[in-house]
Design a binder for this molecule. Structure first.
Ligand code: SAM
Length: 282
């Protein structure tokens, strides 16, 4: 965020800026976090506080208001609340993010699950605009297993879920997608974007769900939760992994992001099956 500060002295030159870098009292931030939880049900205290503070204060500076004035804006106008939610929940995603891991799912893990289950139940938790659950659905389709598979896809952010349901994507979402899959599972629209085909879409069910407070379904064969817990405090992260373990069938898999490690996996009843893929011990 350094670039947003007004530098009085740069190199050999001096110049004055009218821009004033405003600091906000810590107590006001703490008040705001509690108020957001109370009024809008967003469990901000489970997210990394420095990040929440930094991102909120960017908005305060944008509107030149303090925490209390900003709270009034959030209460009165949904437009500001939507913008705030958007800033708190980073939605960056793409199809087949870290592709080599997806090919492990396709070639090894999904076939193994299928061998042992009449019905397969998968969950993409923190699914953003749908690229992740649709990637799963494409692999299931490739393996001719759609008839026995249901994919639950959830996110806290209603805005991204709406986009997921529309299923229309810009070309940049496909940097890791094999051309063959793009041609087979998407229809190119006149404006250059791509729409996912119904044959893939129909096995995915989108739902709003807050991983920090809503109840979890049970009996999953595979849970994919990637690049979500990076924003959570360690305690919230541990609790989430504990609940995932409870929600998996014995022998079920948990697929996490490529920077995420579960250090206490044994305690939670997991074994490492492959890097970033854990298996619930039977
Ligand atoms: C960076 S995206 C990751 C998307 C996808 N899993 C991937 O790896 O490409 C993080 C997603 O987590 C969602 N999220 C953040 N907090 C959440 C919560 N408490 N419950 C459910 N989803 C949450 C955000 O809305 C966002 O869509």
């Amino acid at each position: 965020m350094q670039e947003e500060r007004s530098e009085k002295k740069i190199g050999p030159f001096n110049f004055q800026s009218n821009f004033e870098w405003k600091e906000f009292p810590q107590e006001e931030f703490e008040w705001f976090v509690k108020e957001v939880e109370k009024r809008f049900g967003l469990n901000l205290s489970s997210y990394k506080p420095q990040r929440v503070k930094r991102r909120t204060e960017l908005l305060l500076r944008k509107y030149n208001v303090d925490y209390r004035e900003y709270m009034n804006m959030l209460i009165k106008d949904k437009k500001y609340l939507d913008e705030f939610m958007d800033k708190m929940t980073i939605n960056v995603t793409e199809f087949f993010r870290n592709p080599e891991k997806w090919w492990e799912l396709r070639d090894e893990i999904i076939p193994l699950i299928s061998e042992n289950s009449l019905r397969m139940k998968f969950w993409s938790a923190g699914c953003s605009s749908g690229e992740e659950p649709y990637s799963l659905a494409i692999l299931v389709h490739e393996l001719n297993l759609s008839y026995k598979t249901r994919i639950l896809a959830t996110d806290i952010d209603i805005g991204v879920l709406k986009r997921a349901q529309e299923g229309v994507y810009e070309e940049r979402a496909f940097v890791s997608t094999p051309k063959e899959y793009l041609e087979k599972y998407f229809e190119k629209l006149p404006d250059g974007r791509y729409r996912i085909k119904d044959s893939v879409k129909k096995i995915v069910e989108f739902k709003r769900h807050d991983l920090l407070k809503d109840p979890f379904e049970k009996n999953f064969d595979l849970i994919v939760c990637r690049n979500v817990v990076i924003y959570f405090e360690p305690e919230a992260k541990n609790e989430l992994y504990r609940k995932f373990a409870e929600s998996l069938k014995p022998g079920g898999f948990l697929f996490v992001g490529n920077t995420e490690r579960i250090f206490n996996y044994k305690e939670l009843g997991f074994e490492i099956y492959k890097p970033f893929i854990y298996r619930k011990v039977e």
